[in-house]
Each structure stands twice: as C-alpha cells, then as structure tokens.
Design a binder for this molecule. Structure first.
Ligand code: CS2
Length: 473
C-alpha cells in the first residue's frame, strides 16, 4: 500500500482530507512533544481555526525522547489521520496542520532558530508531567541529569526548560518579538509552572546577559495556563491498519481519540495566535476552576480506575467500567473530591459525562498507559484535594482508598515510573514503614508524618490485599 503523503491527498476518499491545503501553511507554531495527544487535540483545533480564518499557522513539532514519531511522520510530510471513536462507529480524516516533525536534539539548531523567528509567535507543549523536570517543591530540579548537563553548558540542550531558555535568549537578540508559550499538560497552573522553570533556568545559567533576558521575558513572553481534555489512547497496530483501510493509503502515524474535546485557555497572550475560541475553545480570565475540576475528577478518576482495575485483571478503562465496583467507586470518589472544588461548577453533570466517556466501548484506553508515572500524577490529582479536605475537617475515605490502591500498584512488577527504584525501595524496610516511605517519595512529608492518615491507608491497603478491588466500595 502507498504511504500517506502530500502526493496522496488527491486520491483520498471523499470527506477524509485535511480541512486546509497543507501546502498553503507557513511555520508559525513550534510544538514540543508531537505525540498522539497533541496531534488529536491542539493540532486539530488549530486546523479548524485555520479553515475559518487562515493565517498560515503551520506547526513544526520537536520530539523530546523517541525518534519513532519522526520516523512515522517525516515520510508522510507530517500528515496523519485522526480516527474519532464514536459509539456509532469510527470517523477517520487526515489532519494537515503539522508540517514537520523533528527531533529536539538532532535538530537543535533548527529549534533555536524557529524560537528566534518573528514569524513564530506560539510555542505549545505536551511533554508529560515528567518532561518539565520539576523538583517536588515545584521549582527546577537542578539535580536532574538533563538539567544539570544543560546548566553545565551542554552544547545541545536536552531538557525542556533548557530548550526554552536557549530559544528565548536567541529570540531576544535576533528579533525581540513577543511570544506565547502555551503548556498543554495536566498540571495545575501550568503556565506559571513553565514561567518559573524557565526563569529559574536562566537565573542558574551563569549567562552574562541573564538579568536583561529575565527583564525581557517579563515584558515580552506570555505563559497562559490551559486545560486540555480529550482521551487519546496510545495507537496500536490495529488502529494503524484500520486507518489505512479507511484512507486507502498506509498511515504509520495514525492517532485515535474520543469525540469529546475541551480546551480552556487563560486569556493572557502577548502575541498573535490562531483564533482557537472559534473552534470551541474557551478563553477565560482564570482557568483554575476548570483545571481543578478536570485534574481531580477526570485525571484523578482515571488514576483510581487504573490502580484498581489492573489489580482486578482488567485491561482497559471501558473494561474496568464493566466491573460491578467501578461506577460506585468512581461516583463516591467524585462526590468526596467535589467538596474541594470551587462553588458554581456543574459537578453532577461533569461526573455523568465522565462515566459515559470512560464506559465508551469503542475506546481501548489501556489502564497500564494511565498508570505510568504515578509518582508525578498522584500529588496533582489526589494529594492536593486530600490536604484541602482534611484541613477543612472532612473525612476522606475515597481518597484514602485511592492512595492505598496506588500504594498497592507500586508493588506491581511492571511498574513504569521515573521514581520506580525509590518506590520499590520504600517496601524493602520494615512493613509498617512502607506507606510513609512511599509518601516521602511523593514529596508529601506532611502526610508521611500524619500517623492517623498513614494508619487509614494501611488499613485500606490490607483490605484491598485481602479482597481485591471490590473492597474499594
Ligand atoms: C490520563 C490522561 O494518562 C493519563 O494520566 O489521565 O492522559 C487523560 O486521558 C487526558 O488528560 C484526557 O484529557
């Protein structure tokens, strides 16, 4: 079968082509982390905005780690298909907004040049929680090997904060034009998080122009916070085969996702950008209410289902949702966490929506994918509401169960986590030290030192060990 590429566009079945001729696009957006989520979310919103208003907002993506994505997209001229898995059947079409996929290290000069170009006014990021290289306190982790190497003057910056800082440094000198840096990862205050990391990198860099650079960043670079939402499972061979059949050409870079999409952006930009608000995105003065609702209910619910579901022998979210314990656990968790959310949100409607989205039988979202990097997800998703609720005097049985379920998951042989070694080591000492040692790895010394809380978690853990996921109800 021929490969999807620009030459193949004219032969695609009716209604499956890009919304805009990709050849008409320039390079105006740099994206760090062009994985499946970006391709199914921001790239699609950007293409829709392009179809409405033009602007030439082509995207160049820079992969951080793997070269696989470059190998998939380069022979396809950046083209790939998105298949939306609706309960009534799949809908596949090609998206053309991503014009090039490169590798941040192999193409470091290109990355720096684009970040310095006045034509580029938007940088978006989906590099996952671990890509930001934060210390447990939230600042730049200068002990991280990539950050340390960058600060020691590595010729090619390997960390995201390093790449941004180098790019901004070049931009100030080359054109000084304003820029929007728009993080799209699941972290509270993600705009402020990135702004802080970049500033801390510059401060620690030893560059002689660092004060001028910091002053220029304050003035010219916006870091709006955002909330992104669309469930996008990792693509499987079967997905690629199905997309290729639907298109009549081979698509190695296919992605799939649910029909639902949400993008909420803080309306605080410094430079030109696509009119995403005309594609269903919300521009608001403060994303925090949307952010905590999504992080704590959807993402927190996902992590809970993944820890319990894996222990129950389930493979996917939809499969877990068919278990008798799943919906009651999810609803009890949401009802408890709702007490930590700002007033005025339609929590009931949101939770009903979540139950339906999670149960969508057309989606094959693997629990193991969600369970990765738990040590970076648990603090955002559970510990923040847990602390708030306990400080307000509320009981938190569902969150205690959640933490116990994660503690149990850390003993999983296939644990996939940047802190895996330390998490495993937490179980090596005396049995009664396991839970506090795990909490310490999360940077939650306060909870590790809370004897009452630790006893509650240990009790739930024993119940889960004895009776499995059903004990979570
Ligand atoms: C998931 C998210 O893997 C995970 O941790 O909770 O990727 C989730 O599917 C997305 O945030 C949905 O918008």
């Amino acid at each position: 079968m021929t490969r999807l590429n620009l030459g193949a566009l004219t032969g695609l079945p009716e209604g499956t082509g890009p919304l805009v001729d990709p050849r008409s696009l320039g390079t105006r957006i740099v994206h760090l982390g062009p994985g499946a989520f970006h391709r199914a979310h921001q790239a699609v919103h950007t293409e829709q905005a392009e179809a409405l208003h033009g602007g030439g907002w082509g995207i160049v993506g820079f992969s951080q780690r793997g070269r696989g994505v470059v190998g998939q997209l380069a022979p396809q001229d950046g083209l790939y298909s998105l298949t939306l898995r609706t309960p009534d059947g799949p809908r596949t079409r090609v998206v053309g907004q991503l014009r090039e996929a490169l590798h941040a290290a192999d193409d470091a000069d290109r990355l720096r040049a684009l970040l310095a170009s006045p034509r580029v006014t938007v940088v978006t990021l989906t590099v996952t929680e671990k890509g930001y290289r934060r210390a447990p306190g939230g600042g730049l982790d200068t002990t991280d090997p990539l950050v340390a190497a960058d600060l020691a003057g590595a010729p090619v910056p390997g960390s995201v904060p390093g790449q941004l800082a180098h790019g901004l440094r070049a931009r100030r000198v080359v054109c000084g034009a304003p820029l929007n840096v728009v993080p799209c990862d699941n972290m509270a205050d993600n705009g402020q998080v990135v702004a802080r990391l970049v500033r801390e990198f510059v401060q620690a860099s030893g560059w002689d122009d660092r004060d001028t650079l910091l002053a220029w960043i304050d003035e010219a670079v916006a870091f709006p916070s955002t909330v992104v939402d669309r469930i996008v499972p990792a693509t499987t061979d079967a997905d690629r085969d199905a997309a290729s059949v639907a298109l009549g050409v081979r698509d190695e870079a296919a992605v799939t996702g649910e029909p639902f999409t949400q993008w909420v952006l803080q309306d605080a930009f410094a430079a030109d950008r696509p009119r995403w608000e005309d594609t269903g995105a919300l521009l608001v003065p403060d994303v925090a209410p949307y952010q905590v609702m999504k992080l704590r209910l959807l993402n927190g619910g996902h992590t809970l289902l993944s820890c319990l579901g894996l222990a129950d022998g389930r493979g996917t979210v939809a499969d877990a949702m068919t278990a008798p314990w799943a919906e009651p656990v999810l609803r009890a968790y949401a009802a408890e966490v709702a007490g930590s959310l700002p007033a005025g949100l339609d929590v009931d409607g949101y939770v009903d929506g979540l139950v339906a989205r999670f149960a969508n039988p057309a989606m094959r979202h693997r629990l193991r994918q969600i369970a990765t990097d738990g040590s970076l997800k648990v603090p955002e998703r559970w510990l923040a509401p847990l602390r708030e609720l306990r400080a307000a005097g509320h009981a938190t049985p569902a969150l205690v169960t959640a933490v116990a379920a994660w503690a149990r998951h850390t003993r999983d042989e296939r644990l996939d986590d940047p802190a895996a070694e330390r998490l495993r080591a937490a179980w090596q000492g005396p049995a009664d030290r396991g839970v506090p040692a795990l909490l310490t790895v999360l940077g939650a010394e306060d909870l590790a030192g809370d004897r009452h809380f630790v006893a509650e978690v240990r009790e739930r853990l024993a119940a889960l060990d004895a009776h499995g996921a059903a004990a979570s109800i």
